[in-house]
Every structure is written in structure tokens, then in C-alpha cells.
Write a protein that binds this ligand. Sequence first.
Ligand SMILES: [Zn+2]
Length: 181
Amino acid sequence: MAVYNTASDSANTAVRAFLTKVGEYYLGHSFNTGSGKGKALWLQIRDQDFDSSCAYCGEKHDKLQIEHVLMFNRTEYGLHHPGNTIPCCKACNKRERLEDKTYCNWVQHLERVCEARGEINSFAKRKNMILANFKKHNYPELNTNEKHAIGVIANSLYENIKTESDKSLELYKRLDEAFVR
Ligand SMILES: [Zn+2]
């Protein structure tokens, strides 16, 4: 939980809630990894399909985090969907930026992790496990129009929430002047 909450935090949360809804729309049911059916599904991915190991470095961990392979934000529009979720250790759950300041995509990230560990021989195997997870859970293959539509809505949501959040202070100032003083 963030200690210092900014307007961008709320805007990003709104975008993630939207990407969760779209993921669940394709899945046909909810995917709450914290309880019930969603949790059971997540634990199956983490402990059986990925053998309680980080999908990037291959190390076993007892505190694996949920990683969205296609990033869960308004640049990659990854959906919250079992096909897009893999276990990841804390160290690997941080993507580097490329020269143009954008983040590495998951293939570039995996390659960097394997390279840094001197395990480039494991790259293809780990990549195939992640691809198999997309396939096993029928992750939707969105066409260009669908991706574009998700992008437009996500960006509009982001801008609207950010603007509303900034406007709230102005509103408070006006009310404060009108009623309190
Ligand atoms: Zn790792």
C-alpha cells in the first residue's frame, strides 16, 4: 500500500480495475486471486505449472508474487487473466527501462534475467513455459482494433480520474471559502 497517494496512483488503479474487468469478461468469471476459485486457479499456476518457482530466474521461493506478463498498465494493456499471470520473485519483479525510457517487454526482461545469471541456455525453455501458460488458459488474442479500443478507454479513464482528483482540491477550496469562513 502506498504511503503517499497521488492523483496518478488513483488513475493507475482505475486503469488496472478496467483491465481486470476486461480480463474477466474474456474469462467468463471473476479472477480474484485472493479467495475461492480464483485463488485455487492462481495456486495451480504457481505451484503446479511453475513448480513454486520464479518464471524468470527459475528459483524456488516461498514468497512468489503475481506478475502480469503483458504489463498491467496503459502501455501494454495486459489483462488480469490466468493466462497473463505467472509467479515471480521480488528481484525479478522489476523491469529495466530501455534506451528510449520505455520498459522492457517480457521477452526482453526474461532474456536479461537469464543472461545476468549466465543461464541463457534456459531462456527458450522458460519462454515456452510462459507461452504455454497463455495458451492453456486461452488468453484472448486481441486484434489491432481491440487493442486500440482498450488503449483509448484506458487512457481516457486515466486522464479523467487524474483531472477529477486535481479538481477535488479546487472544489474543497471554494467550499471552504463559502461555508467555513
Ligand atoms: Zn526470479
